[in-house]
Design a binder for this molecule. Structure first.
Ligand code: HEC
Ligand code: HEC
Length: 493
């Protein structure tokens, strides 16, 4: 390109105008002088140097890093136990829900639903787990700081598995296969046959815990219906503060036994994390294209057709998508307020197994504002005694979290765009059914929800033409590769 510039002052001007205009205004002006003829015999990059610099950083997906806070990270035996736990419905109330219910390995680790449904319906959409071991913060609101501590949340969440840590220990103990693997990786289990010491259902239930609030609301309702009958099993402590039955069972245990149950629970989370390290995407057409850029191989750059290539230029140029969706996972691993429209019809509904009906609309989702509060309050942070590297570099990242976030600008994690064509619907609340709708939203910003907070200034309507919009979608589709060996992740027989 530089050679051609020397003969075409016009092209140099294009660099100054910027790469977006460059693509539109300069590309059609193919040089036809002698210099260009010599050049066409050589390698000719489909991208200008500026674009090239940005695009090279998007590929390939690197190897999964070892997590120093999890001593079984990278351990195949632990991963195998994790595979059993991930698919086990025994770790849920009523035996109906597994991690795989919402993160189905045969379906790109998603459930295809707008909002996830466990024991009850959640207020958020299930994200994919492709390449999840590369993330720094977990959940849409970042309320977990490690992959292993993330896994502990859905198990005790009354809307998801609605289970308890004591129940997890008993479920592993009762299954010869899982118990054998557990003991070979982590050592002996506590003497769980003694159910006096180790009740089957027990866990600490923090007052701000959703389980506590839901159960308390249920107790209030039951009390009202029965005219406040004190003998209702939920209401006997009403008035002095609700005492959750899981908490009561937990309080009946010695601190040492509580610790050994929590240790088993944490180990289960670490095994599940080791398993999730396997969920890596392969070489997508886009990666082949980038190899072609590096190797000057036109055969490989042909992996993107004209439309996807124009889409890539938009993505890295005028569309500014790359500002937030960068790096090999096409995410900055951070949080933004993109003002995704909210779904006002959303109510907390009782699922099939639900026994804690709450029919009020949930409060507005404040995203990361609550995420940071909950992360700081978590008993399982990377700096806690349950971490295998509590003072290591990872623990420091929590110290740099922002102290004050604007409540009017709810931020959610930038999702990875690897395999995004396979993981509809989209956004933290499943607001959009198709990639076309997502692109339309960035193009028009129609229905952008405003609470009066500052929005991300970068998100101005792009006013894309229909061709530009479909080019962008074609590029997003070029990020698809799900060639992962299913036998590594499917349910054990
Ligand atoms: C009822 C459906 C459901 C079940 C069951 C479930 N999840 Fe999820 N998962 C979700 C939803 C919804 C989110 C996002 C929740 C949020 O941000 O508040 C999520 C988030 C995650 C994340 C964070 C991904 C990221 O990029 O931040 C991981 C990892 C994960 N789940 C793994 C698991 C594991 C492991 C289990 C089993 C122990 C599990 N999930 C059980 C629905 C489910
Ligand atoms: C200011 C940062 C930012 C910019 C710029 C940005 N995004 Fe996003 N993107 C996000 C965040 C944050 C989300 C999740 C929002 C939510 O769930 O509420 C998201 C979600 C998405 C999703 C849905 C993925 C999923 O799995 O749910 C797609 C697709 C997407 N963006 C593509 C794009 C494209 C294409 C552009 C450029 C036109 C773009 N983004 C520009 C931050 C950004």
């Amino acid at each position: 390109m530089k050679g051609a510039d020397r003969f075409r002052p016009m092209a140099r001007g294009c660099y100054l105008v910027g790469l977006a205009l460059m693509a539109a205004a300069c590309a059609p002006e193919a040089p036809d002088g002698g210099a260009a003829n010599t050049e066409s015999a050589e390698w000719k990059s489909p991208l200008n140097p500026d674009e090239l610099k940005r695009v090279l950083r998007l590929s390939p997906v690197p190897a999964v890093p070892v997590d120093p806070t999890n001593h079984v990270s990278g351990n195949p035996e632990a991963a195998e136990l994790g595979r059993h736990l991930f698919h086990s419905r025994a770790l849920s109330k009523g035996g109906r829900i597994a991690c795989a219910t919402c993160h189905d390995p045969r379906d790109s680790f998603v459930d295809g639903k707008k909002l996830a449904v466990g024991v009850m319906q959640l207020e958020r959409h299930s994200p994919t787990l492709w390449n999840v071991a590369h993330q720094r913060w977990f959940f849409w609101d970042g309320r977990a700081d490690s992959l292993w501590s993330q896994a502990l949340v859905p198990i005790e969440d009354p809307l998801e598995h609605a289970f308890t840590r004591a129940g997890v220990a008993h479920a592993i103990y009762a299954d010869d296969g899982m118990r054998g693997m557990y003991e070979s990786v982590f050592g002996d289990m506590p003497p769980l046959t003694d159910t006096e010491r180790f009740p089957k259902v027990a866990r600490p239930v923090p007052k701000e815990d959703r389980a506590h609030q839901l159960a308390a609301a249920h107790a209030r309702r039951a009390a009202k219906q029965k005219g406040g009958a004190p003998e209702s099993h939920h209401t006997h402590l009403y008035g002095t503060g609700f005492y959750h039955p899981h908490q009561r069972a937990w309080d009946g245990m010695t601190p040492e036994d509580q610790d050994s149950i929590t240790r088993t629970f944490v180990n289960a989370g670490k095994a599940i994390a080791a398993f999730q390290e396997r969920m890596v995407s392969g070489r997508a057409p886009f990666d082949v294209f980038v190899e072609g850029l590096r190797e000057h191989d036109a055969g490989k750059t042909a992996a993107l057709d004209e439309s996807a290539l124009r889409g890539l230029r938009l993505f890295a140029g005028k569309g500014q998508c790359i500002v937030c969706h960068h790096g090999p996972l096409l995410t900055d691993y951070e949080f933004h307020d993109t003002q995704v429209p909210s779904d006002d019809s959303l109510v907390w509904r009782s699922g099939e197994e639900g026994d804690l009906p709450v029919d009020a609309a949930p409060p507005a989702d404040l995203g990361r504002v609550h995420g940071i509060e909950r992360l700081r309050a978590s008993e399982f942070g990377v700096g806690s005694t349950w971490s295998d590297d509590p003072t290591g570099p990872q623990s420091v990242k929590v110290d740099y979290l922002p102290r004050h976030l604007h409540e009017g600008s709810p931020e959610f994690k930038t999702p990875t765009l690897r395999n995004v064509a396979l993981t509809a619907p989209y956004m933290h609340n499943g607001a959009f059914d198709t990639l076309e709708e997502v692109v339309e939203f960035y193009s028009t910003r129609a229905d952008a929800r405003r609470f009066g907070g500052q929005s991300e200034k970068i998100l101005q309507p792009l006013n894309l033409s229909p061709t530009e919009a479909s080019d962008l979608v074609a590029f997003l589709e070029s990020l698809t590769d799900d060639s992962l060996d299913l036998s590594l992740v499917r349910a054990p027989r």
